[in-house]
Design a binder for this molecule. Structure first.
Ligand code: FES
Length: 57
């Protein structure tokens, strides 16, 4: 399973799960999974998270 946020070890699968459960923004995913809260502060992972939201909502 590919990791979206490397520093927090959050997988694509985990993000898709919270999006399907109702997360609609980068902020929501951040709060629910911890993705985007690590060292890159979203610089590396934000784009990827936003495209997963777009493709799975
Ligand atoms: S890769 Fe972890 S916060 Fe961006």
């Amino acid at each position: 399973m590919s990791k979206v946020c490397l520093c927090r070890g959050v997988t694509e699968e985990k993000i898709i799960k919270v999006v399907k459960a109702g997360a609609t923004t980068f902020q929501d995913v951040k709060e629910e999974t911890g993705a985007g809260t690590g060292g890159c502060n979203g610089d590396r992972c934000r784009y990827k998270i936003e495209s997963l939201i777009k493709d799975n909502k």
